[in-house]
Ligand binder design. Structure first.
Ligand SMILES: NC(=O)c1ccc[n+]([C@@H]2O[C@H](COP(=O)([O-])OP(=O)(O)OC[C@H]3O[C@@H](n4cnc5c(N)ncnc54)[C@H](O)[C@@H]3O)[C@@H](O)[C@H]2O)c1
Length: 285
């Protein structure tokens, strides 16, 4: 299957960077959002990212201009769905909204189009039936910031066809990413499960007073070679996001080990969300 046109739904944190990544790799890309303001903000952020890459000598001006010319924007889902070979849905994390989007995609994309969701917590089986073509649906899970992070988890649901997996993997590779295949749906996929296990142990060590937050972070960096300590990373991701993912995972598995950690919940309740709020496990000026 030849994929030339990609539709990215949702122009927020993830969607705008996924769309830019597609456009930079030569795909005709439409970035769609119901919010005109989100599209304006996305364009502004991407233009400023492009300028900074050019001034650092990391991107040719002509390549940047060509990529921005390949990237169009729309608030009209029905119209933009009509020409897509691949859709990457990165709208807000709400099942009812995603289901409605997949119904519309099933009705308005060409019959060959592959429909992927970038959701971190909703496996594609939750929206696959709504599209009417479950064998052409999978998760295509990028990491934040999507223009930088190399990993893309391609997660198949029970009905996902090999052709779908191959096509999505090929696109991820063309974007300069390193796709990995998750053969079976599982909450958190690979990366968030591993990160969850490390975070849980770090939180337990801190809660029991075994070591300070700073020393746990230092150990992760100097003994394990991690670029950031778990507390630094949680502060960067946002403690509300960590809490939300744990809640969603616990709702799915019912496993006590997946329950949001009390240290995180206390911080969230106190409005200490990490870097974005000025304080989390560490203060930020
Ligand atoms: N933020 C992350 O670190 C991260 C990482 C990997 C995956 N994800 C996943 O990516 C998706 C988007 O997350 P985000 O952080 O970019 O969210 P965000 O809140 O930054 O952006 C969501 C966007 O979706 C738009 N939207 C809402 N309803 C819509 C609709 N019906 N049609 C089109 N657009 C609609 C909103 O206007 C908003 O611009 C989620 O499924 C999330 O699980 C997020």
């Amino acid at each position: 299957m030849t994929i030339e046109r990609i539709l990215v739904i949702g122009a927020g944190t993830m969607g705008r960077q996924i769309a830019m990544s597609c456009a930079l790799s030569g795909y005709h890309t439409v970035l769609q959002d119901i919010s005109e303001q989100a599209l304006v903000d996305a364009r502004t952020e991407l233009e400023s990212w492009v300028s900074s890459r050019i001034s650092k000598g990391k991107l040719e001006k002509s390549d940047a201009e060509a990529a921005l010319a390949r990237l169009s924007q729309s608030t009209n889902l029905v119209q933009s769905a009509g020409t897509a070979d691949l859709v990457i849905e990165a709208a807000v994390e709400r099942l009812d909204i995603k289901e409605q989007i997949f119904v519309t995609l099933g009705e308005h994309t060409p019959a060959h189009a592959i429909l992927a969701t970038n959701s971190s917590t909703l496996p594609s089986s939750r929206v696959a039936q709504a599209s009417g073509r479950p064998e052409q649906v999978c998760n295509m899970h990028f990491f934040n910031p999507a223009l930088v992070m190399k990993c893309v988890e391609v997660v198949r649901n029970e009905q996902t066809s090999d052709t779908t997996v191959e096509a999505v993997t090929e696109v991820a590779t063309a974007l300069g990413k390193q796709p990995v295949l998750v053969n079976k749906e599982i909450p958190g996929f690979i990366a968030n499960r591993m990160m969850g296990a490390i975070n849980a142990e770090a939180l337990n060590l801190a809660e029991q007073g075994i070591a300070s937050i700073k020393d746990i972070d230092t150990t992760a960096k100097t003994a394990l070679g991690h670029p950031m300590g778990p507390f630094e990373l949680m502060d960067m991701v946002g403690l509300d996001v960590i809490d939300f993912i744990a809640q969603a995972t616990y709702a799915e598995t019912g496993d006590e080990a997946d329950k949001p950690h009390p240290l995180i919940s206390q911080k969230v309740q106190a409005g200490l969300l990490g870097r974005k709020s000025g304080e989390g496990f560490y203060p930020y000026s």
